[in-house]
Design a protein around this ligand. Structure first.
Ligand code: APR
Length: 234
């Protein structure tokens, strides 16, 4: 029976693919006001700005490539049952070959009908894959609603969090790569790891969690995954 590895990733795993993280020096939230481009209030206030922000990031994604860390995580599937739980909205885990990827905060290449707060919620079969194309005001869903990014804006629920908690609680090993562990509920997922489940964190900086099960590999994702492969090979 293959051991189960849950891999929780954040922006740091895509940093070496050329993507700015959010909270590092020079990060995305230094360049943009998160409340304007990534919150539900910002979407209501100025949808054109939000669509432009995600069009820019989608265009950047088209020319980006998975890095050695994404590939090493995908290669773990040779010896383990791997479930990737990512906070990232890029598709680099999938493009690196990971076959089970759960996006907590949505997906950059997808859009869906914009229903109002008191309307019904969207159905999974209403999510449209636009690849790397732009989506602008006036681009409508089949039902006539304006299309919006399939992204969890700040202020919205995280629909996949319970599935993510189930994955972590079933894991034999939890690997956390490149997240500042500052955004809940994702940051609390490590608490669902079983009592004896070893937790490895790969991050060049310290992260604000303490737990006797944690081993912190203080390095960037690509080198950290090399060390992780050695640990797992033992
Ligand atoms: N390799 C590994 N980790 C790295 C690297 C690297 N090359 N470069 C930076 N890091 C680490 C940073 O030290 C930091 O701990 O990646 C982490 C990035 O943290 P954030 O910028 O806060 O990104 P993340 O944790 O993914 O943010 C969570 O916040 O804004 C929201 O929805 C957005 O999903 C995002 C969520």
């Amino acid at each position: 029976m293959q051991k189960r590895i849950a891999v929780l990733t954040g922006a740091g795993v895509s940093a070496e693919s050329g993507f700015a993280t959010f909270r590092d020096t020079g990060g995305l939230w230094e360049q943009y006001d998160v409340n304007e481009v990534a919150s539900i209030e910002g979407w209501r206030r100025n949808p054109e700005l939000v669509l432009r922000f995600y069009n820019d990031r989608r265009r950047q994604l088209k020319d980006a490539a998975p890095n050695a860390a994404h590939k090493a995580i995908a290669e773990l599937e040779k010896d383990f049952r791997v479930d990737v739980i990512t906070q990232n909205v890029d598709n680099l885990h999938e493009r690196a070959g990971s076959t089970r990827v759960l996006h907590l905060h949505g997906e950059l290449t997808k859009v869906r009908p914009n229903y109002g707060l008191y309307d019904r919620t969207f159905r999974e079969d209403e999510v449209i894959d636009v690849g790397y194309d732009e989506v602008n005001i006036g681009d409508k869903a089949p039902g006539g609603e304006q299309l919006r990014p399939h992204i969890v804006f700040f202020g919205e629920a995280v629909p996949n969090i319970e599935r993510a908690a189930d994955i972590v609680s079933a894991a034999d090993i939890l690997l956390i790569v490149g997240t500042s562990m500052q955004v809940y509920p994702a940051a609390g997922l490590y608490r669902y790891a079983r009592h004896g489940c070893p937790i490895y964190i790969i991050d060049p900086a310290s992260v604000p969690v303490s737990d006797p099960r944690i081993t912190h590999i203080r390095d960037v994702a690509t080198r950290g995954m090399e060390k992780m492969k050695e640990i797992l090979a033992k």
